[in-house]
Design a protein around this ligand. Structure first.
Ligand code: AKB
Length: 323
């Protein structure tokens, strides 16, 4: 992994992964690709940044060949709530984008990282301790693209020996770049609201239990998986991973330990609630632990403390955190 391309580099995972990769590789070895140039994203300033649509295979091929890319972290995708609003566009971006990446990787001998999601499961999947290999019948367009993506990655690995690896991410929490269009976005929005107005109106029910993870763990997971010697991997692709399994009520209680005046209320969005209700509550990530040593650093309490400290700093002057 010496010359890396990150697609979706201005997105929630991409903006932090690009910087982390840059810290562990040479400066110009990380090419950040995004649909648009966003001047405010650190990742695009810190690396060579190219704006193109992931559905444009010819440009993708030119970029891979020009910079002699050997590894593609393919993060460009629409998230669950927005994919449910625009299902045709979600299929096009998520599937055409992945197909282009796999084809260019096949023809140019690149390794590929593909992020799947808890959204690749559906209501018939066992909700607690969801096994690595189990029923996958998602009822959302996002989930349909994620499970199709997992299968397409398996196909390219089996038939063309493309070294494609991936993770099933839970909801991700970060103070740097906000999510957009996801069902788990409440777990980021709540921190901004807690610091700015000490109150938050949640769009999911109080007891909606979902897996979550702090972004430093999500970034480390992607890099560690790609750096693992392939002889240790049985699954390669679509590893279940989690760090905590929490409800909005539990997250609010933890925030309240630092901001005692914080209050949460609930106004349920039926579309996002239906999506969340179709997902598992807690994944079994023992295959990731055994095959490549997955182990998250951040518990709920460590994540909340760090989020509040770092976000307060970012929003400096606007608020005061206690505890
Ligand atoms: C979303 O909510 O769509 C994502 C996910 C869990 O994949 N954060």
């Amino acid at each position: 992994m010496e010359k890396v391309l990150v697609t979706g580099a201005t997105g929630q995972i991409g903006s932090e992964l690009t910087l982390a990769l840059r810290q562990s590789l040479r400066f110009n070895s990380v090419i950040a690709a995004g649909y648009s140039q966003k001047d405010n994203i650190e990742a695009t300033k810190a690396s060579t940044h190219i704006a193109f649509d992931i559905r444009d295979r010819a440009t993708l091929k030119k970029v891979v060949q020009k910079y002699q890319i050997d590894t593609i972290f393919h993060l460009a995708s629409l998230l669950s709530a927005v994919a449910e609003e625009r299902p045709q566009e979600a299929w096009d971006i998520n599937m055409t984008g992945l197909f282009n990446v796999l084809e260019v990787a096949r023809l140019n001998q690149c390794a590929v990282f593909f992020p799947s999601s808890i959204g690749a499961f559906g209501p018939k999947t066992p909700a607690m301790n969801t096994p690595q290999d189990t029923i996958q019948r998602p009822t959302t367009m996002y989930g349909v693209t994620k499970v199709s993506g997992e299968l397409l990655c398996d196909y390219y690995q089996k038939h063309y020996a493309v070294d494609v690896r991936g993770l099933r991410y839970p909801g991700l929490i970060s103070y740097k770049t906000q999510a957009g269009g996801g069902t788990t976005d409440y777990a980021v929005d709540i921190f901004y609201a807690a610091l700015q107005s000490q109150s938050y109106c949640c769009f999911l029910k109080a007891d909606t239990q979902l897996d979550m993870m702090y972004m430093p763990d999500a970034v480390n997971a992607a890099i560690s998986l790609m750096q693992t010697d392939s002889k240790h991997l049985t699954h390669h692709n679509a590893f279940n991973i989690t760090a905590m399994s929490i409800t909005p009520k539990q997250l609010a209680a933890e925030i309240k330990r630092h901001i005692p005046e914080f209050k949460i209320s609930y106004q349920v969005d039926p579309i996002r609630q239906a999506i969340a209700d179709s997902w598992p509550k807690h994944l079994d990530d023992s295959c990731a632990q055994h095959e490549w040593g997955w182990h998250p650093q951040y518990t709920l309490s460590a994540m909340v403390k760090d989020m509040l400290d770092k976000l307060a700093n970012k929003l400096s002057g606007v608020c005061h955190v206690t505890g």
